[in-house]
Design a protein around this ligand. Structure first.
Ligand code: SF4
Length: 308
């Protein structure tokens, strides 16, 4: 449930009406959260718009509804500036990976220095894992970069992995779902073991870096022969990269491509269906990159455009 620290922060703001953003994975707890906040004297308004990260702060919605503050659950501060106060409640999972690792420790034979990484809700698990690995004679590496917490990774930010990428012999990543795989593999060259908190299992990520590189090369090659490029700019405050979009447009125009800027809060295939866009350049959340099949057109990241 909401932490004592979060409640103290909300009280110190003298906030009463709260605009509450909840990630998809916690929506089933929305009524419970609302009831808890009401019992503490707050008036919650639960936003049911999809929320995948703290990049997605719906300040305008909160203001329009007359809220005193935003309570953003499940994510850490992304460093966005707002005029309305925002309180982040990370919602720790309570998952302890030590039991999982105890059964899999032989997989780490031959790896002396181990880099630890986790998504925000599993950061506490890193502490437990660190102590366990040290007790088994391993050297443990973690990093803290910018607004990220120690050892934290985001799907759009692997700086904590890159920072220790040279020293680590391998990485252990604690998370759930498949979203972080490809970004992590592209960011570091060492083996990555994935502790899946939902399944309570550990496996070596077998997705081959070569395969990812070949798939990327094929997309770029296909885009070279196509004419009409849509450059997607999200209206989510932490995903709105207008400078990157302008740079991409300039490069594409120099290469004789037809360019159109398109904008949405969250882009889904049906929103651009029938427009005739042949290649989508995504300047927003990298999650879209993994949805090539759903969109049915080539999707590129801004970096890919330099190679067209
Ligand atoms: S941009 Fe995407 S990966 Fe980055 S924090 Fe937002 S939802 Fe997560």
């Amino acid at each position: 449930m909401i932490s004592e620290q979060t409640l103290r922060k909300l009280k110190s703001l003298e906030a009463r009406k709260l605009f509450v953003q909840i990630p998809e994975g916690l929506k089933m707890k929305a009524l419970e959260i609302a009831g808890f906040l009401e019992s503490k004297g707050f008036e919650p308004v639960i936003s049911v718009e999809p929320c995948f990260g703290a990049c997605d702060l719906r300040e305008n919605d909160a203001k329009a509804l007359g809220c005193d503050a935003i309570l953003h659950i499940g994510h850490t501060d992304f460093g966005l500036k707002t005029t309305l106060p925002v309180v982040y409640d990370v919602w720790r999972s309570g998952f302890d990976p030590v039991n999982v690792l105890k059964h899999e420790i032989s997989n780490l034979d031959g790896f002396g220095s181990i880099g630890l990484l986790a998504t925000a809700q599993h950061i506490d698990a890193v502490r437990n894992l660190k102590a366990f690995l040290k007790s088994r004679g391993k050297r443990v590496l973690t990093a803290k970069s910018g607004a990220l917490q120690e050892a934290q990774v985001l799907g759009c930010n692997y700086a904590n992995a890159v920072k220790i990428g040279k020293e680590a012999d391998c990485f252990i990543f604690i998370g759930s779902g498949n979203f972080h795989y490809s970004g992590l593999l592209e960011s570091v060259s060492k083996p990555v073991f994935f502790i899946n908190a939902e399944e309570g299992s550990m496996k070596l990520i077998k997705e081959s870096r070569n395969r990812l590189a070949v798939k990327k090369e094929m997309r770029i090659e296909k885009a070279r022969g196509l004419k009409t490029f849509g450059i997607f700019i999200s209206t989510k405050p932490g995903q709105m990269h207008t400078d990157a979009a302008e740079n991409v447009a300039k490069m594409l125009r120099e290469r004789g491509k037809r360019v159109v800027f398109i904008s949405a809060d969250m882009l889904t295939p049906e929103k651009i269906m029938g427009m005739g866009i042949e290649v989508l350049v995504n300047t927003a959340c990298p999650r879209i990159y993994d949805d090539q099949k759903l969109f049915g057109i080539v999707i590129l990241n801004p970096d890919d455009v330099e190679r067209i």
